[in-house]
Each structure stands twice: as structure tokens, then as C-alpha cells.
Design a protein around this ligand. Structure first.
Ligand SMILES: Cc1cc2nc3c(=O)[nH]c(=O)nc-3n(C[C@H](O)[C@H](O)[C@H](O)COP(=O)(O)O)c2cc1C
Length: 361
């Protein structure tokens, strides 16, 4: 980055800066949500509505941001959300994000639809990653992806359950979204599966999902997934307590309260508003995470206070990649961590376990 230009001060400034770096169609793909993008906005507004009731006089001179997720200690309560097609942001794409995240001890979730092969990303990361799975109607193909993820050292599978069909993102339809020449869905074994075909007024990714992904999934498929892998399964995309209980009964080790960043069902509830219900239904039987609209350290405090073990961070990492590759993504994380550390101190908490729902109003 040009040193004469001041670095962004927060995650919102990274998005502004990224708009100058990205092709318009790529920015639209990253930023957009379904239909009227009401849930995209609501994820933020719901965080903003919550007020904090801080404690004082509690000796916060030493603070600890560590947590445990899936039985392993994590230095920070942050995991990188799975996001497809990261080479649209930067030539190093997923490799740059793997280096940036793992350098800070943060686990990265690699999308099925990555533009870099999962073996290469696993080799570049210093801490074990998670592999996000979309289930193709071709179960042999799906099984092969799972076997490769397991063999490459990924630590968990993240089964995305909120996308039987892709949400309709009108910006992508308008742009007839497709991958530019040279970029492919690199985890897939054949040319037909590696490319997206846009059409006038239609997103190539929407068409890809409709033709290839399995819209027939039920909770029984979690048992199927568990039968073909020894890795723990994290179910991503739950917004209700009853579904969370079914996920646990189906054997999920983790649940991500997510509305896919507002990209699937528009007018779905904000994730922070759904979190308490899920935490109550899970009742300690699995680790609960949350994503969607996390942009400030206080957002992380609110999620943890309501029972999340960690948050997943999405789009801001792409803005960081677009602005300055690996260094930009790392700086995005550093900004969020500094805000979290400050928020913890100002809430009168020394560690994440000190946060509880009575901190919120
Ligand atoms: C550009 C983009 C691509 C995404 N690709 C995937 C994906 O491949 N698999 C998946 O489960 N979720 C995907 N998501 C959803 C994210 O994992 C996550 O739920 C969401 O972005 C979190 O919200 P935030 O961006 O507001 O932080 C994607 C999101 C974005 C913005």
C-alpha cells in the first residue's frame, strides 16, 4: 500500500478503500445480499441497538482473549468465515488469507468454492483450518472433497445448511456474475465443475447451485456426513432453537448462528437476535458461534455475552485482501482485536468468561 495514504482506522474504512481496488462486479458479489438487502442491514442494526452496562473498578490491567472451540484453545474468539472466490480480491486470494489469519492464531474456514486448491491452502496455514462443505448431488464427488480435506489436515467440516438453493442477489443477476478468465473453483475435479456460466439477467453462481447442489438435504445427511469422516461437523446457517436442537441430536459438534451475511433469505432475522434462543436450546451440548455484521470489538463482546464461543468474520477480510493482500487482511484482524481488547477492559472484564448477558440491555 502507498505509505503516504493513512491506513484505515476501522473495518468500515476498509470497505470504502476496497471499492477503489475492486472491479465493480467483484465488489457487488462480495458486498451484496439477497433481494432488498434488508437482512444485510439488519445484522448491523441489531448490534447497534444493544446497549452495554459496564462494570467498573475490577482490575483489568491484564486481559486474556482466548477461548476454546471444538476442544482446542484458540488465541482469539474469531474464526474466518468461509467465503468463495477470494482471488477476485487479490492474486494471492485464499493463500494470503490463510497466512494472515493463521499468523495471528486465527482459524480460517476454506470454502468448497475457493479459487485455490484446499491442499495448497492447508500447506500455507500455520494453524489447522476448517473446510466448508457444499453437498453436491454427486455424493461420490462430495465424499472425495471430504476425504481430501481430512487428508490435508483440516480440523473440522463446516456444513452449510442455509443454501439448498442460492439466494437471489440482484446485483449478481444484473452483472451476469461469472469468474473472469484464469479463475476457477479450484477444488473441483473437472472443467464443468470448475466454471460458472452467467447468462443475461442471471448469476452464474445461482445457476451453478441449481444444477449441481443437493437441495434435498435433511438432518439425516448430517449422520451420513459423520459416517464418512472422523472430523467434527459444524452446522452453519441455523437461526432457530428447534433447528439447533435437531443439529445437536444429529451429532453436530458446533453450530454457527448465521444468515449467510444476508445473502440467502432476505428479511431473515439478525443473527445477534437469534443467538440467545440457539444457545438456550443447545444447552452446552455443542459450541455455538455467530456470524453476520461483526464489525466492531463491541459486537464480539455482545455475541460472547450471549453465549457464543467465537464469532466468524466475513466481508471485512475480503476488504483487507483487496486493499493490501495478506497485510491488509492481517490489519483488519488487528483492528478488530484491539477494539475487542479495549471493549473488554471498559466493560470491566479480564477474560471472555467474565462476559454475561446481564452486561446487555
Ligand atoms: C463473498 C462471500 C462469499 C461467501 N461464500 C460462502 C461460502 O462459500 N460458503 C458459506 O458457507 N458461506 C459463504 N459466505 C457467507 C459467510 O461465510 C458468512 O456467513 C457471512 O459473510 C458473514 O457475514 P459478514 O460478511 O457480514 O461478516 C460468503 C459470504 C460472502 C460475503
Amino acid at each position: 500500500m502507498n505509505e503516504a495514504v493513512a491506513r484505515p482506522l476501522n473495518l468500515f474504512e476498509y470497505e470504502q478503500r476496497a471499492t477503489d481496488q475492486l472491479a465493480a462486479f467483484a465488489y457487488d458479489y462480495y458486498a451484496s445480499g439477497a433481494h432488498d438487502e434488508i437482512t444485510v442491514a439488519e445484522n448491523r442494526q441489531a448490534f447497534e441497538r444493544i446497549r452495554l452496562r459496564p462494570h467498573v473498578m475490577r482490575d483489568v490491567s491484564a486481559r486474556d482473549l482466548s477461548t476454546r472451540v471444538l476442544g482446542r484453545a484458540h488465541a482469539l474468539p474469531i474464526v474466518a468465515a468461509p467465503m468463495a472466490f477470494q482471488r477476485l480480491a487479490h492474486p494471492q486470494g485464499e493463500l494470503a488469507l490463510a497466512r494472515a489469519t493463521s499468523g495471528l492464531g486465527v482459524t480460517m474456514t476454506l470454502s468448497t468454492l475457493a479459487t485455490t486448491a484446499l491442499e495448497e491452502v492447508a500447506a500455507a496455514a500455520e494453524v489447522p483450518g476448517w473446510f466448508q462443505l457444499y453437498v453436491y448431488r454427486d455424493r461420490a464427488l462430495t465424499r472425495d472433497l471430504v476425504a481430501r480435506a481430512e487428508a490435508s489436515g483440516f480440523e473440522a467440516l463446516v456444513l452449510t445448511v442455509d443454501a439448498p438453493l442460492l439466494g437471489r442477489r440482484e446485483r449478481d443477476a444484473r452483472n451476469a456474475f461469472a469468474l473472469p478468465p484464469g479463475l476457477v473453483a479450484a477444488n473441483l475435479p473437472s472443467e464443468g465443475l470448475r466454471h460458472l456460466e452467467g447468462a443475461p439477467g442471471e448469476s452464474g453462481l445461482f445457476r451453478y447451485f441449481a444444477s449441481l447442489m443437493d437441495a434435498g438435504l435433511t438432518w439425516d445427511d448430517v449422520a451420513w456426513l459423520r459416517s464418512i469422516t472422523t472430523l467434527p461437523v459444524v452446522v452453519k446457517g441455523v437461526l432457530r432453537g428447534d433447528d439447533a436442537a435437531l443439529a445437536v441430536e444429529a451429532g453436530a459438534a458446533g453450530i454457527v448462528v448465521s444468515n449467510h451475511g444476508g445473502r440467502q433469505l432476505d428479511t431473515a432475522v439478525a443473527t445477534i437476535d437469534a443467538l440467545a434462543e440457539v444457545v438456550e436450546a443447545v444447552d452446552g451440548r455443542a459450541d455455538v458461534l455467530l456470524d453476520g455484521g461483526v464489525r466492531r470489538g463491541t459486537d464480539v463482546v455482545k455475541a460472547v455475552a450471549l453465549g457464543a464461543r467465537a464469532v466468524m468474520l466475513g466481508r471485512p477480510l475480503l476488504w483487507g485482501l483487496a486493499v493490501d493482500g495478506e497485510a491488509g487482511a492481517r490489519h483488519v484482524l488487528e483492528l478488530l482485536v484491539a477494539e475487542l481488547d479495549l471493549a473488554l477492559a471498559l466493560c470491566g472484564a479480564r477474560r471472555l468468561e467474565d462476559l454475561s448477558a446481564d452486561l446487555l440491555r
